[in-house]
Design a protein around this ligand. Sequence first.
Ligand SMILES: [Zn+2]
Length: 151
Amino acid sequence: MAELKVTAIKDGTVIDHIPAGKGLKVIEILHLNRPNGGALLLASNVRSGKLGRKDIVKVEGRFLSEEEVNKIALIAPTATVNIVRDYGVSEKFKVEVPDEITGILHCANPNCVSNHEHTVSRFHVVSREPLKVRCHYCERTMEGDEILRNL
Ligand SMILES: [Zn+2]
């Protein structure tokens, strides 16, 4: 039954095992709410053996790129991504926080060179649980809500 729900869209992406309450943030970060002709579904606070409660996001007609998946990893490190083609799961992978995050996060230090020059931001992941990153340029560290605010 659970598998049936996951594959209920014809083509698209299902992001499963999102921590409960983070589904909307996933939609916001990935700009999934932009009209593109496909349906967007958010299942909130779904019972899950693994996490207690979880959110599920289904987006029709769109396949996530690796860069997008990395963005999800920052707020939903437990998420799994299912690529659905013709009602079947053609690819399934777990998102992973990369060793280095480039071009997604903004540095919280207003004086950081990455906020002024045409520099691509670059962070080193120093801890995954809890998530903690350090700016390559000014060595400022960010974690928790500060990371979410600067995405
Ligand atoms: Zn910085």
